[in-house]
Design a binder for this molecule. Structure first.
Ligand code: ZN
Length: 214
């Protein structure tokens, strides 16, 4: 899918490569990477960069390890494969795994006025959820006390900043106000991660640590 206009930041891709993101954000990044050729290419670059920096740091120790094992060791996780594009349906594989299927498998809860949501993950306020917004309607009001990452899976929405369609991601934080409205013609489904208790600005520098040794 090459018509994505709003891409994920390098910080988040690096954090994903290192396995350093909170699970809710990990899910959004994995799902976006599944839909974006650009993100897959950049992710591969960061994995190479991470391996190169580590090799410089400790050549002898790393000589017999594959890059995957090295990354797994620094992140404390098992090696991960790059998410692939969806074969069918609208949900890429990382999301289908959590939901247990595609759009029709989601256990929606009404938010009133036709909007629905399904919380997929909640770890002490760091959450990932699916939002279903009927065509032409505004999204339910939400504040940005922390960081918010919104990935469009179906339809499109517009806000004060721009238009976001399938595969696009929008980053918002406490400095940004917006009122997203689903475009007329097609209902909009988004995957949203919120980080309301952690201050993610404090986490971002830590994400770079495994790569740059800072
Ligand atoms: Zn928002």
């Amino acid at each position: 899918m090459n018509d994505i206009k709003h891409h994920i930041s390098d910080d988040l891709l690096m954090g994903y490569a290192a396995g350093a993101l909170p699970q809710a954000f990990d899910l959004v990044v994995a799902t976006h990477v599944s839909l974006s050729d650009d993100a897959r290419a950049r992710l591969a670059g960061f994995e190479e960069l991470g391996g190169a920096v580590l090799s410089d740091m400790d050549e002898a120790d790393l000589a017999e390890d594959s890059l995957e094992q090295t990354l797994a060791r620094i992140s404390g996780e098992t090696p991960r494969s790059t998410p692939k594009p969806p074969l069918n349906g609208i949900f890429p594989a990382p999301l289908q795994k959590i939901v247990g299927g595609d759009e029709d498998a989601v256990k929606w809860r009404s938010l009133g006025t036709g909007a629905k949501q399904a919380v997929l993950h909640d770890d002490d306020g760091v959450s990932a959820r699916l939002l279903y917004i009927p065509a032409g309607q505004a999204m339910p009001e939400h504040g940005h006390r922390g960081m918010e990452l919104t990935l469009v899976l179906k339809g499109a929405y517009r806000d004060e900043n721009d238009r976001f369609a399938r595969g696009d991601v929008e980053f918002a934080d406490q400095d940004m106000d917006h009122t997203p409205i689903a475009e007329a013609g097609e209902d909009c489904i988004c995957l949203v991660a919120n980080d309301q208790r952690l201050r993610f600005k404090g986490i971002l520098p830590r994400i770079a640590q495994p790569f740059f040794g800072i």
